[in-house]
Design a protein around this ligand. Structure first.
Ligand SMILES: [Zn+2]
Length: 442
């Protein structure tokens, strides 16, 4: 996404609000064996899995098989069952508790690794001014210069921030059609072909048929990302409001006939519409707010809204934008790893710095890059390792659904089974490479 991306997209802070898809994820029973030595970590890990799997919690977590010989035979995710209102509320409350506790712990880790003093109660001093906030964010790569470059100048008498998703009386469907119509005929054909290719896989066909998803071919030029997904609501003519996703893809890529890359991007973005298990972003949300509030009052940032007509509104705009930047340097990598590992099935070779790189190599190096970014956050290695394990399980889970939707005995199904293995290995190797890199710099 770029700086013109409206606030409140799915790459923003809305992750915690994503409840519905959570509860609709069919749950697959699975058996996992993991080494366990820290009960707190184990509890957090199990809770995370259940939260991620969208398992309604109607009993104590301790019902899960107890550890034996330092190993836990884990039988999480019992068969899906209808959820009543009370269970749903309980589940939401547990989820909130889980993220609050995880967030507190992560921010403590981060403050410790950023050198903040530990107080008598075992908690660290918090940043209290913009410079101290920068001490934290600089380790994520968010320096003063990065902030200044990324925060809009609001000094002029602005205004009219365009409300996200407001297109007058335009419906999303009409908007989609007008964007299609605005393309060259080659672009329009590529758009249809790309969607047909995605629909060629039964799982995605079914997903597109059962979820309200619009695909806007409206990105052009040098976007930092080839696509992004917004989550919002749509009001139908009879007034009912339902959940809808808008996936933005590159008009330029379509018109240039880069069908393969558009298909891979579509699989990536569609995976985001199903990605419900991120841990880092919802956990760190309060901490990022705290930092963004401090950073917005850095004199160099304040200068960017000097003389703005509505000072409070301008400040809020800056806080939001800063938070988005902080997010892009922290929890964002978690969901990107997930989407890239699904995109792997359709990833064509790409040219990087004039060199042709195979699709799987490209995904490997991209995933490695994100894992390294996650390591820089400052979460303790053990916790991050658990989070990446869970991410691997979530990856498997979506592959299993894709496989299950594909006719038994078909070549397509066999290939998906192998691609699931490839995705699993890709994550393992990326983690190894990132770890080696880390060890080498210590
Ligand atoms: Zn993405």
């Amino acid at each position: 996404m770029n700086s013109s991306q409206p606030a409140g997209t799915s790459t923003g802070g809305l992750l915690t609000a994503r409840v519905a898809p959570f509860l609709t994820l069919p749950v697959q029973p699975k058996l996992q064996v993991g080494s366990v030595d820290d009960p707190l970590e184990r509890e957090a890990d199990m809770t995370a899995d259940r939260v991620m799997a969208g398992v309604p919690v109607s009993g104590p977590l301790s019902r899960i098989a107890p550890p034996a010989n330092g190993h836990l035979i884990r039988r999480d995710a019992p068969a899906a069952q209808p959820v009543n209102e009370e269970e749903r509320r309980e589940f939401e409350a547990m989820r909130a508790d889980f993220f609050r506790a995880a967030g507190e712990r992560m921010s403590e880790d981060i403050l410790g690794s950023a050198g903040f003093a530990e107080g008598p109660g075992g908690t660290h001093a918090r940043p209290t001014n913009p410079d101290e906030a920068l001490r934290v964010t600089t380790r994520w790569g968010v320096t003063r210069d990065i902030l200044i470059a990324g925060v809009p100048k609001l000094s002029a008498s602005i205004q009219g921030r365009v409300a996200a998703g407001s297109h007058g009386s335009d419906t999303l469907a009409a908007r989609q059609q007008s964007l299609i119509d605005a393309m060259t005929s080659a672009g329009q054909q590529a758009y249809q072909d790309a969607i047909a290719r995605v629909r060629g896989e039964p799982f995605w066909r079914n997903h597109l048929d059962t979820t309200t998803i619009f695909i806007f071919p409206d990105l052009s030029g040098a976007n930092r990302y080839a696509g992004y997904t917004q989550e919002g609501t749509e009001r139908s003519p009879d007034g009912t409001i339902s959940k809808a996703f808008v996936i933005h893809i590159s008009k330029d890529a379509l018109e240039a006939g880069n069908l393969d890359s558009v298909v891979a991007n579509l699989i990536h973005e569609l995976s985001h519409t199903l990605d419900v298990g991120n841990v880092i972003a919802p956990s760190l949300d309060p901490f990022l707010n705290e930092l963004a509030e401090l950073l917005a009052d850095h004199p160099d940032i304040q200068a960017l809204r000097q003389g703005a007509a509505d000072a409070d509104e301008a400040r809020q705009t800056h806080v939001k934008r800063i938070k988005q930047i902080l997010y892009e340097h922290t929890g964002y990598g978690e969901k990107e790893v997930f989407a890239h590992l699904q995109q792997l099935t359709h990833q064509p070779s790409v040219t990087v710095d004039g060199t042709q790189v195979s699709g799987s190599r490209y995904i490997l190096s991209t995933v490695e890059g994100y894992v390294r970014a996650l390591q820089r956050i400052g979460i303790r290695p053990r916790t991050l390792s658990n989070i990446l394990d869970a991410l691997g399980r979530r990856t498997d889970m979506l592959y299993d659904r894709r496989i299950a939707a594909t006719p038994q005995g078909s070549t397509a199904r066999q290939r998906l089974v192998r691609e699931k293995e490839l995705a699993r290995l890709t994550l393992s190797v990326a983690r190894d490479l990132a770890q080696e890199e880390l060890d080498a710099t210590v």
